[in-house]
Design a protein around this ligand. Structure first.
Ligand code: NAD
Length: 251
């Protein structure tokens, strides 16, 4: 299905959009015609490159710096959005971090930081975004969870809890915001080729590939296409759902 022009006239914020899956989502939304806000926390150079790639597609891009774990920074970002666009149609909560450790060795800070970025950040951005979306009685929120949130991952109690938490957040927000024409869904990627999976030892990569029915890791673009589709009118009757993009890993 071609998604070209299906998001024309829409404004979209993608958190953690300077690289990886967030970058691919920002570009997919831009290809579909949306004006895109490229959020980043530290990687200004990466974000600038994404914005340039979006503009090369003939669409507008706005750089939106903010650490989503910081309440005041997010407030400032949404003030900038309200001032620049006066509205927001689409929010993709993509920002996430890992900090792996066995449960018994995991430090308070490791637990808190992972939850603060992936879960608190998504809640915080959803809250601000919903306030802008209700005005237009139209909106799309997509939370990037993970198969880890469904199955749990070794050494990732923090990450698995955050990603599972996102699924609860998705369902609650879907119920609460449906009356305003806002849908809220989650996408749960499996193993995707990004910096997050790049430094995996070859033996582990081979073992994990063996668990994927489609026999390979996915690409960021394969996740991004599903997100863009969920943001389109074609997915208007889907809300509160979790869509695994994982080559069959979690079946
Ligand atoms: P990545 O590390 O390349 O991207 C994460 C992005 O989030 C980066 O741009 C980073 O700068 C940004 N970010 C981190 N902390 C932030 C903060 N506090 N505020 C704003 N931005 C912040 O990894 P990725 O693989 O592209 O992951 C993107 C999302 O997909 C994450 O939520 C991740 O958990 C999820 N995911 C990835 C995989 C995978 O296999 N790669 C699998 C399942 C889920």
């Amino acid at each position: 299905m071609s998604t070209e022009h299906v998001l024309e006239g829409k404004t979209a914020l993608v958190t953690g959009a300077s690289r990886g899956i967030g970058r691919a989502i920002a570009l997919a939304l831009a290809r579909a015609g949306a004006t895109v806000g490229v959020n980043f926390s530290r990687d200004a150079e990466g974000a600038q490159q994404v914005a340039a790639a979006i503009r090369a597609l003939g669409t507008e891009a706005v750089l939106l710096p903010a650490d989503v774990a910081e309440a005041e920074a997010v407030e400032r970002m949404f003030a900038q959005i309200a001032e620049t666009w006066g509205a927001l149609s689409i929010l993709v909560n993509n920002a996430g971090v890992v900090d792996d450790q066995y449960l018994t060795f995991m430090k308070e800070e490791q637990w808190r930081r992972v939850l603060a970025v992936s879960l608190d950040g998504a809640w915080r951005c959803s809250k601000h975004a919903a306030r802008l979306m209700v005005r237009k009685r139209w909106g799309r929120i997509v939370n990037i969870s993970s198969v880890a949130g469904l199955t749990g991952d070794m050494m990732r109690a923090n990450y698995s809890a955050a990603k599972a938490g996102l699924l609860g957040l998705t369902r609650a927000c879907a119920r609460e915001l449906a009356r305003y024409g806002i849908t809220v869904n989650a996408v749960a990627p499996g193993l995707i080729e990004t910096a997050l999976t790049a430094d995996m030892p070859a033996s582990r990569r081979e073992a994990l590939t063996g668990l994927i029915p489609l026999g390979r890791f996915g690409s960021p673009e394969e996740v991004a296409e599903v997100v863009a589709w969920l943001c389109s009118e074609a997915a208007a009757y889907i809300t509160g759902q979790t869509l695994c993009v994982d080559g069959g890993l979690h079946t």
